[in-house]
Structure formats: structure tokens, C-alpha cells
Design a protein around this ligand. Sequence first.
Ligand code: G
Ligand code: G
Ligand code: MN
Ligand code: NA
Length: 254
Amino acid sequence: LRVVADLRRALEREQLSLVFQPIMPLDGSRATAIEALLRWSHPDLGEVSPEQFVPLAEECGLIQPIGAWVIEQACRELVGLRAEGLAFDYVAVNVSVLQLREQRFAGMVADILQRTGMEPRRLALEVTESCAMNDPDGILARLRALKALGVTLIMDDFGTGYSSLAQLRSFPVDLLKLDRLFIQGIEEDEGAAQICEIVVRLGRALRLTVVAEGIETEAQRQYLRQIGCDYAQGFLIARPMPAASLRQFMVQAA
Ligand code: G
Ligand code: G
Ligand code: MN
Ligand code: NA
């Protein structure tokens, strides 16, 4: 496949970049954070969505080097933004389960933190997939090793796909990201609103910070604030943007 060959060279050809979407506290008591999202600008195909090329990278063994680049780049950007006086609290980075399966993943993260001068807690790794019951790949051990480094862990897309209550109980996560499927149902569907409320309560009971993603309307934001959700992320607040645009965003949000 041509595209796979192109992806193989995308890193060295500097076609990959990160954009950042703000994660805003709903009650003003915390600092704003950001989520790093990968972009591929293909010379002929134009912008290729990570929804398409991340699975491809996973199939052909490229997700590990690309994922390592994403973590390092995200750390560099956060350190740089903070040095400029833009006090973003942490940067969230999506990681593939294939990265978590690598024995040396936590060691590699430790090296990146040291190289970039990043405070460990300011790196928040977003995980989605469950490990098998007997965890042959040692994912749980890897998550514990990351926690021991001081890294923050987020369970992404909570309530859909692979995330489960069993996983929530066994994984040493600090934050819970409520999937946008539920947020987008808040206004039409009493069930979705109820699920949001219960997940926020669950988060509180387990001492987890709750982030709602995919907020697109003021009514959704109001509701989430009312039920005590901690952070909001979505197009209503801001779309993902290059790091250079975050200064402008902070000025307008202040
Ligand atoms: O940025 P966008 O909303 O188009 O992202 C689409 C999907 O790609 C989301 O599921 C998101 O988590 C995933 N994604 C974006 N950036 C990365 C990345 O750096 N690594 C991995 N593994 N997934 C990513
Ligand atoms: O799987 P993950 O939660 O990492 O997905 C992040 C994706 O969600 C990114 O592709 C980002 O562009 C997208 N996203 C962020 N905010 C919104 C929103 O308000 N609405 C929609 N439809 N997508 C959003
Ligand atoms: Mn995510
Ligand atoms: Na998510």
C-alpha cells in the first residue's frame, strides 16, 4: 500500500504535527489543560484523519515510534508554553494499547520527561482499551510503573467501547473522560443526561476528576456544571488548534 510507505516516511519528512484542544475547568478552580491530537498532512491526499491513519500505524508497527514522537513533542510544547507564561496545567496524550504492551514503554516515558524537563504529573496519558483478564501483556504493571513515575493517567471514552467498570476498578487512573456520545444526548435524551450525572457521581466516589468531552452547546455546559463535572472539552469552548494559537485563546478566555 502506497499510504503505508508514505506513513513510514511521514515522521522524517515532517508531515506529522500536533494540534491542541483546551480542557477548561467548569468552576474556575483549576487551570486550563490541553489535549494533543495528531495530524498528518499528506502531500497529495491533504489532511488525513488519525481515525484513518492511527489504525494503519498500529497494523504496520509504526505506532510505537510515532507515539513516542507525539509524547516528546507534547512535552516540549507544554514546557515551552509554560515558560512563555501560559500556565496550562497538563497536556493529555492519547496512547494506543500497542504502546502499553511494550516492556520498555515506562522507561521511554521517563527518558522523555528527563530530556524535556517536564514535571511528570503534567503529562496525562489517555488510555482506552482494556487488558485481557489475565493480562498477558503486563499492561497493568506498565500503568503502575507510569504512576510510580508520577505521570497522570486518564481513562478516555468512558462508557463506550472497551472501557468498563471492571477496568476502572483495576486501573490506577486519576481522571475519567466521559464519552461525547453521552454529552451529545443530554438535550434530547433523559437517559443520556442521567448517565452523565451518574458517571460524575461515580467519579466523585472514586476520587477521580471527571472531564466531559464533545461539548457543543451552552445547555450541555450548563448541565455538566450543575451536576458537578470538573472539566469541559469541546467545540463550544475551542476546536483543536496549533500551539501558536493557544496564546490568543488564553487571552480571550481570561
Ligand atoms: O483529533 P480527532 O478528533 O480527529 O481524533 C480522532 C481519533 O484519533 C480520536 O480517537 C483520537 O483519540 C485519536 N488520536 C488523535 N491523536 C492521536 C495520537 O497521537 N495517538 C493515538 N493513538 N490516537 C490519536
Ligand atoms: O477518542 P478521543 O476522545 O481522543 O477523540 C478526540 C476527538 O474528539 C478529536 O478528534 C477531536 O477533534 C474530537 N472532538 C473534540 N471536541 C469535539 C466536539 O465538540 N464535537 C465533536 N463532534 N468532536 C469533538
Ligand atoms: Mn482522547
Ligand atoms: Na475521548
